[in-house]
Structure formats: structure tokens, C-alpha cells
Design a protein around this ligand. Structure first.
Ligand SMILES: Nc1nc2c(ncn2[C@@H]2O[C@H](COP(=O)(O)OP(=O)(O)OP(=O)(O)O)[C@@H](O)[C@H]2O)c(=O)[nH]1
Length: 518
């Protein structure tokens, strides 16, 4: 290194540029300056070229994005070491620690324990166990149809849980697993879409076949909308319940149709039998008439004609009797056919009524007791699986007898339907509303602790005060008393409802129009 001062070096550099007849470019100046100053020759930092390279690098994964950011950071600081580290890390998609004092961080390697040990606290046994749990929990969603993938998953889980596992090996297994996982996840999504499409086709088809059945058509429309994404277990539960109703109705209707068909077949057989009897007896009759006509033509005296006429009269009388008998039998058959027809129509109506009532209350459209039992079963199994709180409320309309007595039973009915509508519209979609008895309703509120359940019922009370019930032109305020219980561990649904019922009773005793927790 020269001991000249910078301005002396600069002057000397200019002199040398002229003396050596060099073009005065910045790079020639820099080279001569370094030479005179005794600074070792350093090629200029190709920042622009490196930036172009950085720009061309793909950033498809978060790892790549991060490495490219670090590369640009190093280029800005003309830091060769940083460029090298970022590029090496980019090549392996290995995560790096965040930049500390202005230089890109040191890559954590799953393989190199010395480098990773100090800076990668995440790579502990607990971390590996967590990855294992994550893989295990996602397994049911991917199905187990692909035997090789299942085996690969099991091998990876075993490797992850082995104390002192060979990290290089685990890393390779993870890479292979991720690769296969991406296909398996895509497959599952496609299978779900395809199944949904098939389900819709089936619904459409049943709906088209049953144009004349209003109830069935309504159920099909509801099924179509319930099976439209986004799907939730509750919506699928609704699909299942409705399909059960449809199947129940179809089964009964089919049995009745087969029975009616058999009766019709028997009648038709009897009718054809009768017709052939008529045909053969009328054939005999016409033959008799023809031979009588020939005898009459050939007759020369009245005495010869008389017995022939007697035969004709006898045959005609027999024919008339036969015809009358046939007519009577056919008439009886017609009456029977009409009666069967009327019976089938009546049964269809009855089936409509019964199957609508199977799980739903016809007056309010809410679930009935049977529907509630099924919904409760489903909620209880979710509680067990997910360990989430489940609240149930029991509502009883206040002074309902008085409303019935003063305004009439029909108005009472309309008030019940009004309460159900307001409740349905103000509750969350995942809540279940059921008519428990006369003027009592049960609401199941999943994922809801007691305080939130009480809040929800209080909100419903407020909503009812805003939305008056209109009996003709008269505005009537409907209130209710409610008890809310949160399902206790090991408690049955019935017991929790009984506790809610007791709390509701206390709410009545305390002055009505209030909500109490059990
Ligand atoms: N309109 C109508 N009334 C019903 C129906 N089911 C039950 N009820 C009537 O609801 C009334 C309930 O009366 P109560 O049990 O004395 O209760 P309440 O008058 O509401 O008194 P509190 O509960 O103490 O506020 C009875 O009169 C039942 O006949 C129904 O489907 N429609």
C-alpha cells in the first residue's frame, strides 16, 4: 500500500492516464488508481448483472421468495459473501436466519448440526414430534386408498419419532412425502368435487322423475342447496336427514304402487277372461242364428218354422242373460278399480303428511322431537370428538294459554310459527331449533359456553320485542322464559335438557320474560 496522500494519488493517476494514452473511463481510472495506491486489483462489483440474475430467479415458494430477498439485500451492500450464501441457500431451499448486522444470515441445515445447532432452536425433538402429529392428523383427510402413500407416511412417522434420528434421511423422506402429498391433496379435492357433481345428478334425476309430487320436489330443491359448497358437517347432516325422509316415503309409496298394480292386473285378467267368454258365447249365438236362418229359408210350412223360432228365442234369451251378467261383472270391476285408485291417492296424501312429519314439525317447520333426538346425537358426538362446549336452551312462551283463549287457537298457532321464524333468522346457521312440545322449543348451540348461550337467548328476546307478532292488524308482543344449560362432561343430552327445563321453570317463577342459566 502506497504512503502517498489520496489527492497525490489522484493527480498521479490522471498523469498516467495521459502518459499511457488510456481512454479516461471510470474503470481505467480505478485500475490505475489502485495500482498507484498499491491496492490489490479488485474487479468491479457487477451489481446490475447480479440484479438481473436475481430478478430471473423464480419465487414460487416462500423459501425461494425469502432467499431472493436476501440476495437482493446482499447485492445492494456489494457483499460477495452475502450473495454466495443466499445463492447456496436458494439452491437447497433451506431456510435461513434473518439478517443480523446487515449481512444475510447463516443457513440452517438439517444435516449440518454444527451450523444448525446454535442457530436452530426449532430443530428439537419436540419440533420433530410436532411435525409427526401434523402429518398424523392430516392423514384421515387424505384417505388410505393409496397404499404406497400410507406406507410412506408410516415410515416417515417412525423416522420422525426415533430418538437420534438420521436428519439427512428424515429430510429426504420429508421431501418425498411433500411431493406425494401434493398429488394426494389434489386427488382428494377432485374426488370431493366429482362426488358432489354425482350427488347433484342423482338429486336432479329424482326431482325430474317426481314432478307431480310437490313435497318431494321441495325436498329435492332443499337437498340441492344443502349439498352446494362450502360443505359443513351440519349441512351434510341436513342432507342425510332429508334423504332419509325421501327414502322412507319412496319405499312406502313403492309398496303401495306395487299392491295397486297387482290389483289392477288381477282385474284386467278377469276382464279379458270375461271378454273371451262373451266372444265365445256370442260366436255360438251367431252360429245358432245362421243355422236357424237357413232352416227358416228351407222351411215349407209354419209347423217346421215354430221349433226353429223357439230355439232362436231360447238362444237370444241366453245371450241376453250372459250379456247382463258380463255387464254387471264389468261394472263391479270398475267400481273396485275406482275405489283402489281413490285409496292409493288417499295413501299418497297420508304419506306426504307422515313423511313431512317424520322429522319436522308441520306447524313451525322446525325439527320435531325425533329430529331433535337425531340432531342431539350428532352434536354429542361432535362434543366428544372436538371437546367443544355445547349449550342447550329450553324456551317456553309466556301466557300462551291467555293468547289462545283471547285471540283463538289459530292465532296461537300463528304466534308459534312467528317465534320459530324469528328464532331461525336470528340464530347462527349451526344452531338447531326444535319444537319440544306445545309452546316449548329447544335450541342446541354448538361451540357455545354457558355465558354465550345465555347472551344468545337474551338477544333473541330483544329481537322478539323488535319484531311484533301481527294478529290481523293488532301488534302483539310475544315473550318467553328460557333456561340454558351447558352440557357437563359425561352428561346425557336428556339430562342437560332437564336442567335447562328446571332453570326455565325458575325463570317463570321469577316473573317470566327472562333467561336463567342452569
Ligand atoms: N294454538 C296452539 N296452542 C297450543 C299448542 N300446543 C299447546 N297449546 C296451548 O298452550 C297453552 C299452554 O298453557 P300453559 O301451559 O298454561 O302455559 P302458559 O299459559 O303459557 O303459562 P306460562 O307458561 O306460565 O306463561 C295451552 O292452552 C295449550 O292448549 C298449539 O300447537 N297451538
Amino acid at each position: 500500500m502506497s504512503d502517498k496522500k489520496p489527492f497525490e494519488i489522484a493527480r498521479e493517476t490522471l498523469k498516467q492516464l495521459t502518459a499511457r494514452k488510456l481512454v479516461p473511463t471510470p474503470s481505467n481510472y480505478q485500475t490505475l488508481y489502485n495500482e498507484i495506491a498499491g491496492i490489490p486489483h479488485m474487479p468491479p462489483f457487477p451489481a446490475d448483472t447480479l440484479r438481473d440474475i436475481a430478478k430471473a430467479l423464480p419465487t414460487k415458494t416462500p423459501g425461494q421468495q425469502k432467499q431472493r430477498g436476501l440476495l437482493e439485500y446482499a447485492i445492494d451492500r456489494l457483499n460477495w459473501e452475502g450473495v454466495k450464501t443466499a445463492l447456496v441457500a436458494y439452491g437447497g431451499f433451506v431456510p435461513v436466519t434473518p439478517p443480523g448486522n446487515g449481512t444475510p444470515g447463516v443457513p440452517i441445515s438439517l444435516v449440518d448440526d454444527e451450523v444448525g445447532g446454535a442457530t436452530a432452536p426449532a430443530l428439537t425433538a419436540e419440533f420433530m414430534a410436532q411435525i409427526g402429529r401434523m402429518i398424523e392428523y392430516s392423514q384421515p383427510a387424505l384417505g388410505n386408498d393409496d397404499v404406497r402413500f400410507t406406507e410412506q407416511t408410516e415410515a416417515l412417522l417412525t423416522a420422525l419419532r426415533q430418538p437420534g434420528a438420521d436428519l439427512a434421511n428424515v429430510k429426504q423422506m420429508l421431501v418425498n412425502y411433500s411431493h406425494r402429498l401434493s398429488f394426494a391433496a389434489e386427488d382428494q379435492a377432485e374426488i370431493k368435487d366429482a362426488l358432489l357433481k354425482l350427488l347433484h345428478l342423482v338429486f336432479e334425476n329424482i326431482g325430474d322423475l317426481s314432478l307431480d309430487e310437490q313435497w318431494l320436489k321441495g325436498q329435492m330443491d332443499a337437498l340441492m342447496s344443502a349439498s352446494t359448497p362450502p360443505l359443513t358437517l351440519r349441512r351434510l347432516d341436513d342432507v342425510e336427514r332429508r334423504l332419509k325422509d325421501v327414502i322412507f316415503k319412496q319405499k312406502d309409496a313403492k309398496e303401495r304402487a306395487v299392491q295397486a298394480q297387482n290389483e289392477m292386473r288381477e282385474m284386467l285378467a278377469a276382464f279379458i277372461d270375461r271378454l273371451s267368454q262373451m266372444a265365445s258365447s256370442s260366436g255360438v249365438f251367431y252360429e245358432k242364428l245362421e243355422s236357424s236362418a237357413r232352416l227358416i229359408e228351407q222351411a215349407k210350412t209354419l209347423a217346421e218354422i215354430a221349433p226353429v223360432l223357439k230355439d232362436v228365442v231360447g238362444a237370444t234369451r241366453g245371450m241376453a242373460q250372459d250379456s247382463k251378467q258380463s255387464r254387471d261383472e264389468l261394472h263391479a270391476m270398475r267400481v273396485r278399480a275406482m275405489a283402489t285408485d281413490a285409496e292409493v291417492a288417499k295413501l299418497h296424501q297420508e304419506l306426504d303428511r307422515v313423511s313431512t312429519q317424520a322429522r319436522h314439525d308441520t306447524l313451525t317447520g322446525t325439527l320435531n322431537r325425533k329430529g331433535l333426538d337425531e340432531a342431539m346425537e350428532r352434536e354429542l358426538s361432535t362434543v366428544k370428538r372436538k371437546e367443544t362446549p355445547l349449550c342447550m336452551a329450553l324456551l317456553d312462551i309466556d301466557n300462551f294459554k291467555k293468547l289462545n283463549d283471547t285471540m283463538g287457537h289459530a292465532t296461537g298457532d300463528a304466534a308459534l310459527a312467528h317465534l320459530a321464524t324469528v328464532a331461525r333468522e336470528s340464530m347462527r346457521p349451526q344452531d338447531t331449533l326444535a319444537r319440544y312440545g306445545g309452546e316449548e322449543f329447544v335450541i342446541l348451540m354448538p361451540d357455545t359456553p354457558l355465558d354465550k348461550g345465555i347472551e344468545a337467548m337474551t338477544r333473541l328476546q330483544r329481537e322478539l320485542t323488535k319484531r311484533f307478532f301481527l294478529a290481523g292488524t293488532e301488534k302483539i308482543l310475544i315473550t318467553f322464559s328460557a333456561g340454558v344449560a351447558q352440557l357437563a362432561p359425561q352428561e346425557s343430552g336428556g339430562d342437560a335438557i332437564r336442567r335447562a327445563d328446571q332453570a326455565m321453570y325458575l325463570a317463570k317463577r321469577a316473573g317470566k320474560n327472562r333467561v336463567l342459566g342452569a
